[in-house]
Design a protein around this ligand. Sequence first.
Ligand code: 4NP
Length: 210
Amino acid sequence: MIIRTTIRTTIRTGTATTDPALRGPGAGQPSGPKDSVGMSVELVQNQGEKMRILFVCLGNICRSPSAEGVLRQLADRAGLDVTIDSAGTSDWHIGAPPDRRAIRAAKLRGYDLAALRGRQFTAEDFDRFDLILAMDRKNLRAIEALRPAGNNASAKLFLDLIAQTGSDVPDPYYDDSFERMLDLIEAASAALVTQIAHKKERHPDPDGAP
Ligand code: 4NP
């Protein structure tokens, strides 16, 4: 049985975070609560099965492996059993570890990306994942170009999860903006964990699985 849940989250924000992109759970140090509206993402999942999430960027060595590492840790910490993977729309870095700058920046925030290896996004990923999160609009178009007829897996922009509809995670490969990339990824991942946990509360697993 398929469960479809659309959740509109209300995110508590404060005035200490000046960048609207970072208004989300876990972002900044709010000095006083204020409500802002987060984006809703349809979470589709086979009942009784783990939710499967795939992050996709261009090379699969900077943004998507960073998101994989961050979400895995935040989901673990929240006690959520979720399958998480990442891929690139290009074939440029198949089998390669993440960019050493991505590994270093993540490590400084407590995320370990060293064991991850690049792979290319394929049409089969539409069947293997419930939610495909693209790092930018160009990669979302490349993903959609491979969608098999009749497949209805959810493919969205990752930053739709925070108040950034239509926005891209800037590619740090060219300008070294790994801190900015991690700030955005942490904020959107925290929002996603909140949505998954909320969905679990509304549709608990009948077998009591996490
Ligand atoms: P990513 O960044 O899509 O975030 O992994 C890039 C990695 C490699 C290249 C471009 C973007 N490249 O040109 O090799």
